[in-house]
Design a protein around this ligand. Structure first.
Ligand code: PLP
Length: 403
């Protein structure tokens, strides 16, 4: 009897009493609802680290506080110490306001807490994510039957995945024997406007930042394909092994799209992996009349796309997509004795932990699924069209005023 009482008591420490919970939820929902309506939130923060740390000093965790007090602190402290990209007055970086269905999905994912490492423990969640991977793969022009991919924490992890996939595909011994077994030093090509997450991936994979070739851009800030070819030829002559070209489809600073079709030609001719980093720009693939801007992306061996940017899905959610169905398994497959495999040779079921960098992970895809299902491709197309119109108007007015 005593053990039951202790168990009940310890369960309550984390789960809380039903009445307490209901009241906390009521306050939370009210605060989120009010937040979406507020126009008075700071767009510049007037504080400093000392002030914030002084407030946090009160939390030494020596004794518990009431959940109500802790929640009140969070609801007061957080908005005061954050820039609010959701504000109607925010004209800064491309941080988006989170979709309501996305915020709801985050709550559900946390509450139901499926283990998305393994198919057999969370088949619904894993299948929802695979369903989205196929839908987005097709949107980017891949043949549905070939599409594979994985959800990631964001674009950086997706680019890292691309690098490892390209290494594994190009150098079959890489996974087993490592970089030092290769007879030639691998080299990578990305424009000077490309994203620096690729540099971090290169460092953490052991390739060495020196072997990332920064390809010149033309005056329109797009990759200069002549310079790309020249650098590849130069490196081959000096004994390196070019293996990966990263083309950016929507650069972070200026939003330009590299000449993807020409890059695909070079990659085919030279037998290199072509990765398209469409982290934010890729969202415009949803708009039928904008798709031509991305001509050639369907020829990419893999694609990075970030729903937490232009699709307004709450952070963090990125996607790695590929048209090489086996490459993720070849790159990440492991067979631990402590995880019951759901993946028999006869089934087409995927255990995500054998398919990605992450292992235990949250249900990343739900917030995209609920948001997209509720607005449809057409809803997103309408939003993106409107935003492009606003941007064009801003540009015209700036040009008129001689900016
Ligand atoms: C934002 C961005 C990334 C990095 O993605 P995170 O989601 O921040 O990890 C990579 N590439 C491009 C082009 C980006 O704009």
């Amino acid at each position: 009897m005593r053990t039951t009482a202790v168990a009940n008591q310890s369960a309550r420490i984390l789960a809380l009493e039903k009445e307490t919970r209901s009241e906390l939820w009521r306050q939370t929902v009210e605060a989120i609802e009010n937040y979406a309506e507020r126009d008075d939130l700071p767009l510049a923060i007037e504080t400093d680290a000392q002030k914030i740390r002084a407030e946090l000093k009160a939390y030494d965790f020596a004794s518990p506080r009431t959940p109500a007090e802790v929640l009140e602190f969070a609801l007061e402290f957080l908005p005061r110490n954050q820039i609010h990209a959701s504000s109607r007055r925010f004209f800064g970086f491309f941080d988006s306001s989170p979709s309501t269905m996305g915020v709801i999905a985050e709550t559900l994912a946390a509450a139901f807490n499926p283990q998305v490492g393994v198919w057999s423990t969370s088949p619904g969640a894993v299948e929802i994510e695979q369903h989205l991977i196929c839908a987005f793969g097709e949107k980017f022009g891949y043949e549905r039957s070939l599409v594979d991919g994985t959800f990631t924490s964001g674009g950086a992890e997706a680019n890292h995945t691309a690098l490892l996939a390209a290494l594994t595909k190009t150098f079959p011994d890489f996974g087993e024997k490592g970089l030092r077994s290769l007879d030639k030093q691998p080299a990578i090509y990305i424009s000077a406007e490309g994203h620096h997450s690729v540099l971090k991936a290169v460092r953490s994979s052991g390739i060495g930042a020196k072997f990332v070739r920064s390809v010149r851009v033309k005056s329109d800030l797009k990759m200069d394909v002549d310079d790309l070819c020249a650098k590849i030829a130069e490196d081959k002559n000096s004994g390196l092994r070019p293996f990966l070209i990263v083309g950016t489809a929507g650069t972070t600073a200026a939003g330009t799209i590299d000449p993807l079709d020409q890059i695909a030609d070079v990659a085919t001719r030279e037998n290199l992996w072509f990765h398209a980093d469409a982290a934010w720009g890729g969202a415009a693939m949803i708009v039928p009349e904008m798709r031509h801007l991305f001509a050639g992306i369907e020829r990419a061996d893999s694609i990075t796309f970030d729903p937490h940017k232009w699709l307004s899905v709450p952070r963090g959610i990125g996607m790695f997509l590929t048209r090489h169905a086996r490459v993720l398994s070849d790159t990440f497959h492991v067979e631990p004795s402590y995880v019951p495999a759901s993946n028999s040779a006869a089934s087409d079921v995927i255990d995500p932990f054998t398919h990605s960098i992450q292992w235990t992970r949250r249900f990343i895809g739900l917030k995209l699924f609920l948001t997209l299902a509720a607005c449809g491709w057409e809803g997103y197309a309408e939003i993106i069209r409107h935003q492009v119109e606003v941007a064009n108007y801003l540009r015209q007015e700036l040009e008129k005023s001689g900016w």
